[in-house]
Write a protein that binds this ligand. Structure first.
Ligand SMILES: Nc1nc2c(c(=O)[nH]1)N[C@H]1C(S)=C(S)[C@@H](COP(=O)(O)O)O[C@H]1N2
Ligand SMILES: [Mo]
Length: 423
């Protein structure tokens, strides 16, 4: 691998001296396994010699026991207590664009509220003509919509501001999930209540012990926000806000209030009333960037990565990852395996939906030499994902939130990957 500087950065010059870049090949057909001497094909496996479990064994199905390692994980030292904590989506074990419900990362300020759907109520009050209270059944009588959106916590990649730290895309990028929501448009509920002319903000409140309140501009609320009650076709999971949560497409996760029980329509945001300024970004000069709600375009290579090394040796190799933008779609992702000396356009495969994850692939013939792997997303506004150094120049190093810089994985000749930075 290349030389490491004192800051733990691998230099591009060192990388070039240490190993040659791999060449992309034309035909990428992996060698077929040989029958000769392979007991897995020569012998009859045990599962073909006995009857399997019946249809009543698992009324609610679970993944294969061989997939037991595919789980959300937390970083114990990050937070003092698991009820006010966060865990991470195992991005390196997933494919396509949808995050399965059981592994969607969770962020709670006061643990999971156990809401009885029969006693669930959603109130709209404040600057409205009619204050309204909806039951869950009432909500289901409004027109329903199905939309796929990513939810990213503004703190995703926050631990990486000062340098490469956590070894795995689950930990560096796993505060995100991408789900198909079924629900009703917030504007349909607000129109039912009749929003007064002086209204400028919607102030959603959660039913958890945190009583989480956030401020959403009325314009966004009347545009594409939803009250969702289904995720990927089934009821929201308790962790994700059962029985209903606010969906704020493209905007930072903390506004997506779970277990939502009240929406106050007002003329001022909460943080003006309470004089708090949570979730703002510190800049190098000590001033804060306020109102950075939209999530900037970002991408990460999920395979190979530190938790998902290359185990097949050189030859045909599939590199894959995810990209997303809070401002639209991802028409293009570039990838490099030589630390940015040469870039290749990746193949985006699967649905390309606004404010949703996109899946990309790059198939190449690995020469078995060390690689410096990066991906760079372009979004439909023309914005290009910046390097971490370019971000630091603008924001300094005391930021926590909104780190969308380009991630680097150094892969050694054994196929093992490590989180590094290059300069
Ligand atoms: N009621 C309530 N809503 C909440 C939170 C919370 O603690 N309580 N956490 C917020 C934060 S900071 C994030 S990032 C997202 C996380 O959503 P998830 O748990 O579905 O991943 O929920 C948001 N909504
Ligand atoms: Mo968050």
């Amino acid at each position: 691998m290349g030389d490491k500087t004192l800051e733990g950065k691998t230099t591009r010059r060192g990388f070039l001296a240490g190993g040659a870049a791999a060449a992309a090949g034309a035909a990428l057909v992996p060698a077929a396994a040989k029958a000769e001497g392979d007991p897995a094909i020569l012998n009859l496996p045990s599962w073909t010699q006995e009857l399997g479990a019946g249809v009543d064994a698992a009324p609610y199905g679970m993944p294969s026991k061989y997939e037991a390692h595919v789980v959300r994980r937390n970083v114990p030292w990050l937070t003092a207590d698991s009820v006010s904590s966060i865990n991470f989506t195992p991005l390196h074990e997933l494919d396509g664009i949808i995050t399965p419900n059981g592994v969607c990362f969770e962020r709670h300020h006061s643990g999971v509220a156990e809401v009885d759907p029969a006693e669930y109520r959603l109130m709209i009050n404040g600057l409205v003509d009619r204050e309204l209270v909806f039951t869950l059944d009432d909500l289901k009588r409004f027109p329903r919509h199905n939309r796929v959106y990513f939810l990213e916590c503004a703190a995703n990649s926050g631990m990486e501001w000062r340098g490469a730290q956590l070894n795995g895309c689950q930990f560096t990028h796993g505060m995100i999930h991408n789900v198909m929501y079924t629900g009703v448009l917030l504007k349909d509920l607000l129109n039912e209540a009749g929003v007064k002319g002086s209204a400028k903000w919607v102030l959603p409140e959660g039913a958890d012990a945190a009583g989480m309140t956030r401020s959403v501009p009325l314009e966004k609320a009347m545009d594409d926000c939803m009250i969702a009650f289904k995720m990927n076709g089934e009821a929201l999971r308790p962790e994700q806000g059962y029985p209903a949560r606010l969906v704020v497409p493209g905007w930072e996760g903390n506004m997506w209030v779970k277990w939502i029980r009240r929406l106050e329509v007002g003329d001022m945001p909460w943080h003006h009333r309470e004089e708090t300024s949570k979730y703002t970004d510190l800049l190098a000069n000590g001033k804060a960037r306020r109102f950075t709600w939209e999530m900037d375009a970002k991408s990460v290579v999920t395979n190979p990565s530190p938790q998902a090394p290359i185990t097949h040796g050189k030859g045909p190799t599939v590199l894959t990852g995810v990209a997303w933008s809070g401002r639209g779609t991802i028409p293009r992702v570039d990838v490099t395996i030589d630390g940015g000396i040469t870039w290749h356009e990746a193949r985006v495969d699967g649905p390309s939906l606004p404010m949703s994850m996109h899946r990309f692939y790059y198939e190449f013939n690995w020469d078995g030499k060390p690689m410096l792997i990066q991906s760079r997303a372009h979004d439909s506004t023309g914005y290009v994902q910046p390097t971490k150094d370019a971000l630091r120049k603008v924001r300094g190093e005391s930021s926590i939130y909104h780190n969308n810089g380009i991630q680097t994985w150094a892969v050694n000749a054994n196929g093992e990957a490590e989180n590094v930075e290059i300069s």
